[in-house]
Write a protein that binds this ligand. Sequence first.
Ligand code: SF4
Length: 65
Amino acid sequence: MRITIDREACVGSGQCVLIEPAVFDQNDDDGLVELLDEGPLTDPTGTVEDAVQRCPAAALGLSPD
Ligand code: SF4
């Protein structure tokens, strides 16, 4: 799967980074989400899907490879 991000929707809460810091980061200048791993990736522990679901701005999504 691949992660989709909508930086216009992101409010920089950092929730995704707290849940999965190996995949998500925040830009040093504007605090908005950036991907550390563009994928395709697997999510054996479910943390990526958890981060996507918990984003308060619905700025994250998942798509097939
Ligand atoms: S959880 Fe959502 S709003 Fe918060 S930094 Fe990540 S993408 Fe942005």
